[in-house]
Design a protein around this ligand. Structure first.
Ligand code: PLP
Length: 449
């Protein structure tokens, strides 16, 4: 057995590549390992080993809206670890998860009364897709096997999620493992028609008619479900045009197709409501969630499910397992206890109200960047915004990388994908912190463009 020396040095170890970092340009990062280590976090800031303080512009990966090291959440975690650290959820129940299921169902749109727990967004999406297939099969419509996703969508990295996902770089290497028969709606972004939209673009509801075209092409009898993020997050905050989600709902209902909203990013307050479906007043048949449900402190994900789907499964012999699916850590007691603490804080500190108050502050601030010659587009909705930089000729992505590096040197931990970056500040941020973030960005954008 190899023993680590007492002299362990993270920077050196990172350079040797033993740690293969996810969604990372590993060789590039290894070269600059010293500047890529975060050693602690508190509130809205991360800290590097050499004491640099970085504002958390994306709330982790959209998952830490209450900030870091929140004492009450840490305490809930410790207490639960002492009381019941683990118990299988297969054939056994523990109170903390049962209560959480009730609580989440109460928060969700009223048609979604049942919760199936997973541990991540990826698992939540797989679970929802399997539920959709099972639902139709149990109703004697096993021919409905097709899933409809959307271009630019991110639904995690399982084979289910990449099949319905629409980010080419996440799919092309793995085409051999994709689900059969998946098709995609077009994404709803058109720079020529909706650049610099504040909130929902008023143009583009007709994109929903793509679904009618896919129904005409494949026939409704082969289509199980449509899955969309109400607001596409990972692809740089693409906000649905006014009327688009409503129309998708109508078409799904008309053809007996299930509608799944992937609310892994939009759930738990980011849209100023518990769920985006509440904000848009569109009721899907399932909602997938993860991330902020535990404020990122431990993993948890899950699916909120309609009564109709639940009851369709609750048939057959009573001794038989109705849905042959689940994870060792489904409904993990520590994750559930943490989630209760998160939801308590959101309620008691009226964080949804705070988010709704910050939304116009962020909107005004980010749109004040629109006049910079290096900015190609600015979009916003809820407490999030996406900004596209004008790419450098022949070197797309270079400006995004440069902005990220400059951010690290100037107190911002940014999330850039190509030349696009997204902002999703913590809900606990003050107006001043939001404005400071945008003012720093203004300087940095001017520098890199
Ligand atoms: N779905 C959406 C909409 C997401 O944004 C993400 C992650 O960003 C996922 C699914 C996957 O979640 P996870 O990384 O927890 O598997």
């Amino acid at each position: 057995m190899v023993h680590l020396s007492n002299e362990f040095n993270c920077e050196d170890a990172l350079k040797d590549g033993s740690y293969w970092m996810p969604f990372t340009a590993n060789r590039h990062v290894r070269k600059q390992a010293g500047s890529r280590i975060i050693s602690s976090a508190k509130g809205a800031y991360y800290y590097t080993p050499d004491g640099k303080k970085l504002f958390d512009t994306l709330s982790g990966l959209w998952c830490t809206p209450l900030g870091h090291a929140v004492p009450r959440i840490v305490e809930a975690l410790k207490n639960q670890a002492e009381e019941l650290d683990y118990c299988s959820s297969f054939q056994m129940a523990h109170p903390v998860a049962v209560r959480l299921a009730k609580r989440l169902a109460y928060m969700a749109p009223e048609n979604l009364n049942h919760v199936f727990f997973a541990n991540s967004g990826t698992e939540a999406v797989d679970t929802a897709l399997k539920l959709a297939l099972g639902y139709h099969r149990l109703r004697g419509e096993g021919g409905r096997f097709r899933m409809i996703g959307r271009e630019r969508a991110y639904h995690g990295v399982g084979f289910g999620g990449i099949s319905v996902g629409g980010i080419v770089s996440n799919r092309k290497m793995f085409a051999a493992g994709m689900l059969n028969g998946v098709d995609h709606l077009r994404h709803t972004y058109d720079h020529s028609k909706m650049a610099f939209s504040k909130g929902q673009p008023t143009w583009g509801a007709d994109y929903a008619e793509d679904l009618e075209r896919l129904v005409a092409l494949h026939d409704a009898s082969t289509i199980a479900a449509v899955i969309v993020e109400p607001v596409q997050g990972s692809t740089g905050v693409v906000v649905p045009p006014v009327g688009y989600l409503e129309r998708l709902r109508e078409i799904c209902t008309k053809h007996g197709i299930l509608l799944i909203f992937d609310e892994v990013i939009t759930g738990f307050g980011r849209m100023g409501e518990n769920f985006a479906s509440r904000r848009f007043n569109v009721k899907p048949d399932m909602i997938t969630f993860a991330k902020a449900v535990t404020n990122g402190i431990v993993p948890m994900g899950g699916v909120l499910i309609s009564k109709d789907i639940y009851e369709t499964f609750m048939t057959g012999p009573e001794e038989a397992i109705e849905f042959a699916h689940g994870y060792t850590y489904s409904g993990h007691p520590i994750a559930a206890a943490v989630s209760h603490a998160v939801l308590d804080i959101m309620e008691e500190d009226s964080l949804l109200t705070h988010v709704r108050g910050l939304e116009p502050v962020l909107e005004k601030a980010v749109h004040s960047l629109s006049d910079l010659p290096g900015v190609r587009d600015v979009r916003n909705f809820g407490l999030t915004a996406g900004i596209d930089l004008v790419p450098e000729a022949d070197s797309p992505g270079k400006r995004g990388s440069a902005l990220f590096e400059l951010g690290m040197q100037n107190g911002l931990l940014l999330r850039c994908t190509g030349d696009t970056f997204s902002l999703a500040p913590p809900f606990i941020a003050t107006e001043e912190q939001v404005l400071d973030m945008v003012e720093t960005l203004r300087r940095l954008i001017i520098t890199v463009t």
